[in-house]
Design a protein around this ligand. Structure first.
Ligand code: ADP
Ligand code: MG
Length: 323
């Protein structure tokens, strides 16, 4: 934001200093804080904190209202992208939705990157074949994007549909950037917005934004309790940037996430995605991938605003993801 903290009503230089010391460096950081959190760190009353937060929200232009009919108009535009797997698509109510963040989490080798690659291919197909006629932007934090894998999957689709698809053309519609650290990763969402505007003007609208993986840099850079609040604020900003991208371009946003062991789990699955409540609350759909026999993977829909929980089995093959 261009606005300085000091410009918020009720924030003098001393309070601004305290806020900054506590890690609330920007209007956005203040806007998403809770009154009690802000009151404690900046040593101000809770009602003052609430007023500052409200002012920050207005200044940051978040938390605005719109009427239901406007929301409905936008919802009508929601597209569904096929995963290429019948059961999986059915579980998702037709496919991966645009204007939403879909989080894929699971252990190493569970198929998150494979699914991301497959979606980058499928989204380029026409609607008749479950695609969205779209191009793709990938923010690659682990250097796991493989054009050769895309080519294999395009070949797979050619055979599946009996069409002649050119892998080269598919690769030309995938725009990949390496993210070297979490700040860079956040900046790349802004670059992605510029690029998506250009591509839209060129008649190649971006319908899929992938971040693979979402948390790797954040986890590596923010170690220890003291830095956690700082990390969560940045992550929150990042997640909202992604959500905004999805809304703005009517695009699917797909992020991959790692898991960690849950030490206090006495029963059930002892793993959970990292990123805490910020990721948990911002991701619209959460999918848990796990390995099964051979090339099979089990995908569980863990969280969705409008669909029941469920499981689907897919296979990761050389030709791509299949039933
Ligand atoms: P992660 O969840 O860590 O991102 P990946 O999506 O990279 O995991 O999945 C890796 C797995 O995908 C490999 O262990 C292998 O089983 C499968 N896989 C990768 N490439 C191919 C391929 N060309 N043909 C068949 N299976 C593949
Ligand atoms: Mg991966």
């Amino acid at each position: 934001s261009e606005i300085a903290l000091e410009e918020l009503p009720g924030v003098g230089p001393a309070t601004a200093e305290k806020l900054k010391e506590a890690g609330f460096n920007t209007i956005e950081a203040v806007a998403v804080a809770s009154p009690s959190e802000l009151a404690t760190t900046a040593e101000i009353g809770e009602s003052t904190a609430a007023k500052i937060i409200n002012a920050a929200r207005q200044a940051a232009d978040i938390g605005g209202f719109e009427t239901g009919d406007i929301v409905l108009e936008r919802r009508k535009m929601v597209g569904k992208l096929t995963t290429g797997c019948t059961e999986f698509d059915e579980m998702m109510g037709g496919g991966i939705e645009t204007q939403a963040i879909t989080e894929l989490y699971g252990e190493f080798g569970s198929g998150k990157t494979q699914l991301a690659h497959q979606l980058a291919v499928n989204v380029q197909m026409d609607r008749e074949h479950g695609g969205l006629n779209g191009s793709v932007i990938i923010i690659d934090t682990e250097n796991t994007f493989r054009p050769e894998r895309i080519a294999q999957m395009v070949k797979g689709l050619s055979e599946k549909y009996g069409m002649e698809l050119d892998p080269e053309e598919f690769l030309q519609n995938i725009h990949v950037a390496r993210a070297y650290n979490s700040n860079h990763q956040i900046l790349l969402v802004e670059s992605a917005t510029d690029l998506a505007n250009e591509l839209r003007d060129m008649g190649k609208p971006v319908r899929l934004l992938i971040v693979d993986s979402l948390m790797a840099h954040f986890r590596a850079e923010y170690v220890g309790r003291g830095t956690l609040a700082d990390r969560q604020q940045k992550l929150n900003k990042h997640m909202h940037g992604l959500l905004r991208f999805g809304d703005l371009f009517n695009a699917c946003v797909v992020v991959t996430n790692q898991v960690m062991a849950k030490p206090d789990a006495f029963f059930g699955d002892p793993t959970r995605p990292v990123g805490g409540h910020v990721v948990g609350h911002t991701a619209t759909f959460r999918l848990y991938l796990r390995k099964s026999k051979g090339d099979k993977r089990i995908i569980r829909l863990v969280d969705s605003p409008n669909l029941p929980e469920g499981e689907a089995v897919i296979a990761v093959t050389t030709a791509g993801l299949t039933d």
